[in-house]
Ligand binder design. Sequence first.
Ligand SMILES: Cc1cc2nc3c(=O)[nH]c(=O)nc-3n(C[C@H](O)[C@H](O)[C@H](O)COP(=O)(O)O)c2cc1C
Length: 243
Amino acid sequence: MNETIALLQKHRSIRSFKSLPIPEEHILAAVASGQMASSSSNIQSYCLIRITDPRKRQTLVELTGGQPKVAESGAFFVVCGDTRRHRLMCEKHEKKYDAKLEAFLLALVDATLFAQNLVLAFESLGYGICFIGGLRNNLPESGSLLEIPTGVYPFYGLCVGSPDHEPPLRPRLPLEAVYFEDRYPPDDVVLGRLEAYNGAIREFEGDRGEGRSSWIQRMAEKFSRPQRTDIAAYYRSQGADLG
Ligand SMILES: Cc1cc2nc3c(=O)[nH]c(=O)nc-3n(C[C@H](O)[C@H](O)[C@H](O)COP(=O)(O)O)c2cc1C
């Protein structure tokens, strides 16, 4: 349809990178593009930390659950919600910062819109990316490694670099499973639309998927077990009011 849509539709996460640096001008252009994402009331409640110290990157490999790409990619970043600036502005005007869950959600939404625009800019320059949710495995340790102060919430990491493999595109749910008109469909319709996806994922996984349970079963298993149960306590300790 056009180049932008073609770029969006060829996204796949890259997990193996050539050891090539990323020119500073590409990084700055991508960050500036990320910044042009919409932001609720223009509060711009995010920041990005680039990790260049090789020892810190190596520590983060462990803290993210043993992901070597965190050290091997051309660049590694941590995407954070940032309410610290707002706190400082309140202080400057002798007001108590008293924002609630809404401010935390706005930071998460703002940071994520920023991050996705950042990623698209990198991908448009020919780089590959992989978000690193594994950062939330050990938030207190990662937070202190990066000296993250009160009011700043590290959400996830991001590897960027020159792809060293060409993974196939991972199929998504059928469009009618995510796009509705006028009303949310009944549960049996929702479930029916998911069934076909088991087959698509099985085909995508090929030999790698042999013996694995279906995608629906895996989701049921995933969401029937609490995960990362300590993150609310961490974000509260960073000053978030989660209600
Ligand atoms: C917030 C977020 C966190 C993620 N965390 C990880 C991660 O820690 N390690 C990893 O290898 N992939 C991670 N991924 C990549 C997803 O597994 C991937 O996007 C998803 O399986 C879809 O595949 P695709 O991006 O190749 O299309 C993450 C993606 C997102 C959006």
